[in-house]
Design a protein around this ligand. Structure first.
Ligand code: SF4
Length: 53
């Protein structure tokens, strides 16, 4: 398990200062239907939750 997850999605509820994710765990998915992801752009964090404020 990674020690720190770096993330620049500051609009996420789990985002923390220094670009550190504060979630206990994250779930990363591919959004390429019925194919394997081949590039960074084809993956996404599924744990993302919009900030409420
Ligand atoms: S949950 Fe995902 S999108 Fe949100 S801060 Fe963590 S890594 Fe980034």
């Amino acid at each position: 398990m990674p020690k720190d997850v770096m993330c620049e999605v500051s609009s996420c509820n789990y985002w923390g200062n220094g670009n550190l994710c504060q979630a206990d765990q994250i779930y990363v998915v591919t959004h390429v239907e019925e194919e394997k992801a081949r590039t960074t752009e084809e993956t996404d964090c599924h744990t993302f939750k919009p900030k409420l404020h």
